[in-house]
Ligand binder design. Sequence first.
Ligand SMILES: C[S@@+](CC[C@H](N)C(=O)[O-])C[C@H]1O[C@@H](n2cnc3c(N)ncnc32)[C@H](O)[C@@H]1O
Length: 235
Amino acid sequence: MSTTQIYTKFSYDAHARTCAPNDFLRQIRRTVNDEPMSEAQLNMIMKAIRNGLQLQPDDALIELACGNGLLSVQLFDACRSYLGTDISDYLISIAKKHFERLPNHRFEVQGGIECVNREAHPERFTRALCYAGFQYFGDQDILHILTTLYKRFTRLERIFLGNLPDRARIADFFTHRIPGEDELSDPGTALGAWRTRETFAQLVNAAGWQAVFSVMPPEFYGAHYRYDVTLTRQG
Ligand SMILES: C[S@@+](CC[C@H](N)C(=O)[O-])C[C@H]1O[C@@H](n2cnc3c(N)ncnc32)[C@H](O)[C@@H]1O
């Protein structure tokens, strides 16, 4: 028996097309109280990503769900090569136009599953990133992506997954109405699927990785309901 969906689904591609072509922050919903995020907040994000990835000059970085590349470009000088992928044609067109630095730092339209399955030279990558993106994948897709990164991307040492909504902190975010189970678990909503650290760690461990969880400084707007995770290979 099917149930009626009473909440709204969200498309980043459709959303970004409603924003001004140079309003990079709104396109990827980097807003606080509907205003573009401050430089201080953005700097906190970049610091967390840098800490998680520990990029070395020889590293090759692959990014899933990179959006319009606004954050990605800030990592280009710290690594030898970069491939950013996202399912949104529109966001990748912005990334290509404004941020691509060929031949070594480039963007491609690809969903996360397609990206890990089809990469022709997976063994060249040493670091992987998905910031504010893993919540838009279901459990089976996460398991597939992480397992494939483990098996095909044989030189991958670290993965940083950031800005994930914490299922244990829903009451800190939804102060008026707690959404139902279906909505909280749905990767197709604006906030994506909420997972506890325990649930997330189970997926990570099953794919061969070990997880170290971290949180942003308290001054970060989402620190009270989100976490970050750094993955390294088990044993
Ligand atoms: C909140 S934005 C984050 C963008 C960028 N990582 C950042 O932090 O600025 C979420 C991104 O996930 C992408 N996305 C959603 N589902 C995806 C999928 N199945 N495969 C690849 N990208 C996906 C969206 O197109 C969007 O660009």
